[in-house]
Design a protein around this ligand. Structure first.
Ligand SMILES: Cc1cc2nc3c(=O)[nH]c(=O)nc-3n(C[C@H](O)[C@H](O)[C@H](O)COP(=O)(O)OP(=O)(O)OC[C@H]3O[C@@H](n4cnc5c(N)ncnc54)[C@H](O)[C@@H]3O)c2cc1C
Length: 508
């Protein structure tokens, strides 16, 4: 192509370079998946997603973000028959049907294959589907683990047998107007007359994916103690006998990012539901199962977003010319590209290793060290990986110059806005680091800092950091030590990522 003339200037080379299958073109992902020795059927199924995200989902992710396509509250009909409903564009519904109806929630599916799909989907940002996937994972996991009743079993069966024609998905409403981090202040009330049928009333402040069929909702139980032990976890179907189940959508939030995802303020007015797990362990179970599932999705999402940023920057810099050379041939820009790729590799490898650590802990529930490592790791990984997300995307945007700022030219402005939201979900940065420090204290890491870090980081890396962690844990209440932990935690996670990356490249 003649780049010196504006006549016939065309961007096809850049668009083609974005690739046609984001599974086949991702060496790191393939190396990680090789650990699972997947059968050909599962690999083909994954390749289907690899192709979809690089082609039609990539296009639809742009379409559903356009102003005229955003979710909206439909006007109520004239005959007092319907209540207001949130409407999604057909492209979002189609993606949701294909994703949830694909077999993604089968218990028999290999977990790495499941999270590979999540990583691939997130390369298109939220697109109205990734929050839905995270919440549905939390729904499936909590009902499988805690739901020994017929209602829960029926939902699990629907998830197991879902097809693109008949599928269900989940949402989770914990945050209230007075606070999200401190969910023990929840005030939404649960009431029952006979202990089997429950109704929920009060307001939930951030209700994402509110078109979902089943909502996991935290609510205060009658006669329960104040604080977290008084909060139960309930499953609330969105519809009851075909009508909205005792709730009103008050408004949709007007958000910086994840705009294709409807996030509502909802008034529950006697919504019928059933308890999931013990009533006095509702918040504990929510954190341990539902929020941990979402946090892992967020870590994997950060990897997906970083990978897309790298993909975009390389595709553009390998095509665009300035001063008679491709952008990628200018040394300073080439160095920037290497950084962007390294960031993507590290973030993805860290995410994969976080999934591995969590799976290993689930497989061996009696191994306390493993469980503790996974618990702390998930909190720190979620905090650190999501905080860096917008920075990774921004650097890639700048490789495009002015075209990187144009919303319709490339996906990066949208991904940048979506990446900023990831940090707020399921616990923002400082809250998660504080909780991780609290867990280190509560689970008695003091005095065995070295063996704790060696477990996850390896011997040669852990010695120096162990000394510093010991200083922090000597008096974890002291402000100076809390601040030291704030500096140590991201450093530890960076080492974890580095080690994870080395391990993947060392595997044949
Ligand atoms: C787009 C979007 C969609 C959302 N969707 C949902 C949803 O579907 N369901 C749902 O339940 N919630 C949802 N949320 C809410 C989200 O989970 C909360 O915003 C989050 O948990 C933080 O709660 P908060 O906003 O009340 O902040 P606060 O709890 O008021 O916290 C404010 C700041 O204080 C910090 N902080 C609080 N406590 C501590 C501590 N102990 N140590 C150090 N720092 C601390 C936090 O890190 C944060 O930076 C959504 C949020 C957004 C932005």
């Amino acid at each position: 192509m003649d780049h010196s003339s504006p006549d016939g200037y065309c961007f096809d080379e850049y668009l083609d370079a974005l690739g046609a299958n984001w599974l086949d073109e991702d060496e790191l992902l393939l190396r990680w998946l090789a650990r699972s020795r997947l059968d050909e059927g599962t690999l083909d199924w994954l390749r289907g997603f690899g192709h979809a995200v690089a082609t039609r989902y990539r296009d639809w992710a742009e379409v559903v973000e356009r102003r005229e396509k955003l979710p909206f509250i439909a006007e109520r009909g004239p005959y007092n028959r319907e209540s207001a409903e949130v409407v999604l564009p057909p492209e979002t519904r189609q993606m949701q049907a294909e994703i949830h109806g694909s077999g993604l929630w089968r218990a028999s599916l290999d977990e790495r294959a499941r999270y590979a799909v999540i990583y691939l989907l997130n390369q298109n940002g939220e697109a109205g589907v990734t929050c839905s996937a995270a919440c549905t994972d939390g729904l499936a996991q909590s009902l499988r683990a805690l739901g020994d009743d017929s209602h829960s079993r029926a939902v699990v069966e629907k998830l197991e047998k879902a097809t693109p024609e008949q599928w269900v998905h989940g949402a989770q409403f914990i945050t209230e107007i007075q606070g999200g981090s401190d969910a023990a202040t929840n005030a939404v009330r649960a009431e029952t007359s006979d202990g089997s049928l429950w109704t929920l009333s009060g307001q939930k402040w951030f209700c994402s994916n509110c078109t979902a069929d089943y909502w996991l909702v935290t609510a205060r139980v009658p006669g329960g103690p104040p604080g977290h032990r008084g909060v139960g976890l309930f499953c609330v179907p969105r519809l009851h006998e075909g009508q909205p189940n005792g709730h009103r959508i008050l408004r949709l939030k007007d958000k910086l990012g994840t705009r294709a995802l409807p996030t509502a303020e909802i008034e529950l007015e006697g919504a019928i539901g059933w308890p999931v797990g013990r009533l006095d362990a509702g918040l504990k179970n929510t954190v341990a199962i539902v929020l941990v599932a979402s946090r892992i999705h967020n870590v994997v999402a950060a990897g997906g977003v970083a990978r897309r940023a790298s993909r975009e920057a390389h595709a553009y810099a390998g095509f665009r010319q300035a001063f008679g050379r491709k952008l990628c041939e200018h040394p300073l820009l080439a160095a920037s590209l290497r950084d962007i790729e390294q960031n993507a590799n590290r973030t993805a490898a860290g995410a994969f290793a976080t999934v591995d650590a969590w799976l290993a802990a689930k497989e061996r529930p009696d191994d306390e060290d493993r469980a503790l490592w996974a618990r702390i790791l998930v909190s720190v990984a979620k905090a650190v990986a999501t905080r860096r997300g917008p920075e990774h995307v921004y650097r890639a945007m700048m490789v495009f110059g002015g075209n990187g700022i144009e919303e319709r030219f490339c996906a990066l402005p949208r991904l940048w806005r979506d990446a900023a939201i990831l940090e707020t979900w399921e616990g923002p940065y400082t809250l998660l680091l504080s909780q991780a420090l609290g867990d280190l204290v509560r689970f008695g890491v003091k005095g065995r800092e070295r063996s704790f870090l060696e477990f996850g980081l390896g011997d040669h890396l852990a010695r120096e950091d162990a000394r510093e962690l010991a200083d922090v844990l000597a008096d974890p209440e002291q402000e100076e030590n809390v601040l030291r932990w704030g500096e140590l935690a991201p450093r530890l996670y960076a080492r974890f990522e580095e080690k994870a990356l080395e391990a993947l490249f060392a595997e044949g």
